[in-house]
Design a binder for this molecule. Sequence first.
Ligand code: NDP
Length: 481
Amino acid sequence: MQKIQNYINGELVAPVGGQYMDNIDPSRGKVYSLIPDSDEKDVEIAIKAAKAAFPSWSVTPKDVRAAYIMKIADLIDANLERLAKAESLDNGKPLHLSKTVDIPRAAANFRFYGTGIMHYSAQSHSMEDSAVNYTLRQPVGVAGCISPWNLPLYLFSWKIAPALAAGCTVVAKPSEVTPMTAYLLSELCIEAGLPKGVLNIVHGLGHKVGSAIVSHKDVPVISFTGGTKTGADIARVAAPMFKKMSLELGGKNPNIIFADCDYDKMLSTTMLSSFANQGQICLCGSRIFVERPIYEKFKNDFVEKTKKLVVGEPFGEKTKIGAVVSKPHQEKVLSYVELAKEEGGKVLCGGHKIVLEGEFENGYYIAPTIIEGLTYDCRTNQEEIFGPVVTIMPFDTEEEVLMYANSTIYGLASTVWTENLTRAHRVAQNLHTGIVWVNCWLLRDLRTPFGGVKSSGVGREGGFEAIEFFTEPKNVCIKLK
Ligand code: NDP
C-alpha cells in the first residue's frame, strides 16, 4: 500500500515516530494509502529547515522566486490528469470537477502569485521638500499554512503561493483527511528544483501537527482555512504570541432570489451553488430565500431538477454528486436532516444515504436534500451543515430578507438574484458578508479580496492582500535637509 511521506528540507521523509494512519477512499469506504501520523518532532525539524532557508529565500530576487513558482504551475498543468484523479479518489468529488476546477485553479494560484509579485510595489509618501518616506515590505519569516479537506490542493496552493512569492518560507499542513495531492505537490516541488527548506509539508492530525505549528515561537505568521471552532482555538494560542493571523472560517451563506430575476440563469446557477462538490464549499448558498410570487414555481422546478441529479462514484461519467468526504461527515450531515425534521421542516427530496452497488456499496453518499417549512432562526438555518442540504423559505420584503440573511453568526458570502440594478446595489451594501455575488456564483477574479466577516474569519486572502499579509511594512523616513 502506498505510503505518503513528509516533505522536509527538500526531501521526502518518513515521520520520526514511524507511525502512519489510514487514508480512506470515501467512494468505497476503504483504506487505500497510509499517511504519516507526524508529531511535534517532525514539525520541529520542518520549522528548523524553513528557518534556515529563510535568509536566502527572502532576498532571492523576485524574478527568480517567480520562476520557481511558475515552474510549479507548469508542472501542475503537465500533471493535470494524475492530480485530478488523485484528488477525486482522496476526496470523493466528481472527476470533472477536479479536472476543470480544483487542479487548474491550483495552477492558476501559483501563476497568479508568480506574476503578481513582479508587479507589486510598496508606497512612498513625500513630505514636500522636507522628507520622503518609503515603505519596505519585508517577508515576515516562516509561515504556517493550514488547510481543510474540501478543496484540497486548491486551498493549499492559495496560501503557499503568495507566501513563497512574498519571500516567506513555509511549513504547511494539509487536512489529514485529504493529503494526497499535497504529497504529489511535494514531488513536483522537488522536480521544479525548489531550494531545500523553502517549502515543507508535514502530514498528520490537527491537534498534533497543526497545533505544533501554531504554537511554535519561530512561526510568526499563520494562514488558516477551516472550521470556525478550530479558528477560535488557533486564535487563542496565536493571539497572545502576537502572531499575524489570517483565518478563513465557516459560512452559512444566503442565496436571495427576487421575483424579477433572470429565472433560468438563476435556477441553473442555484443548482450549482447548492450542491457543487456535494455542498462542501464554504461559499455554497445553503439558505435559499425566494420572493413569494415565484416561491411555488421555484420550489417545484428546483425539486424536480434536484431529483434528477445523478449521485455516483467520482469517476462515473454521469456523476454530478460524488461521495461526501468521510463517514463522520456523512453522519454529521444526516444528523442535521433529523434535526430539521424535529424543528418542523419538511424534506421535499433527499434526506437519506444512498447505497451504490458493487465495490462502492460502502461509500459515503447522500441524496441532495431540500427542506422547507423552517424558521429563519432555527438551528438548521443558523449552523453550518457543509453538505448537500439546503433550506428554502419565502419572503415578502427586502427588509425582511436582509434580516433573515444577516441573522447568523457567519458572514462569508451571499448571492443575490435580481434584474433591478438599484436594488442589487442596495442589497449588496446591506449584506453583512465579505463577498456578494449578484446574478452569478463563484465567479472569481484572483485580484479581489477574499474572506468573511463575523465568525467567518479575520483578514483577507487574494490579490495583493495576501502579499501584504505575508510581509511586514516598514516605513523609512529620510530627511532631505
Ligand atoms: P477543520 O477546522 O476541522 O480543519 C482545518 C485544518 O485545521 C485541518 O488541516 C485540520 O487538521 C487542522 N486543525 C484541526 N485542529 C487544529 C488545531 N487545534 N490547530 C491547528 N490546526 C488544526 O476544518 P475542516 O477540515 O473540517 O474543513 C471544513 C471547514 O472549513 C468548514 O467549516 C468550512 O466552512 C471551512 N472552509 C472555509 C473556507 C473559507 O475560505 N472561509 C474555505 C473552505 C472551507 P485535521 O484534518 O487533522 O483535523
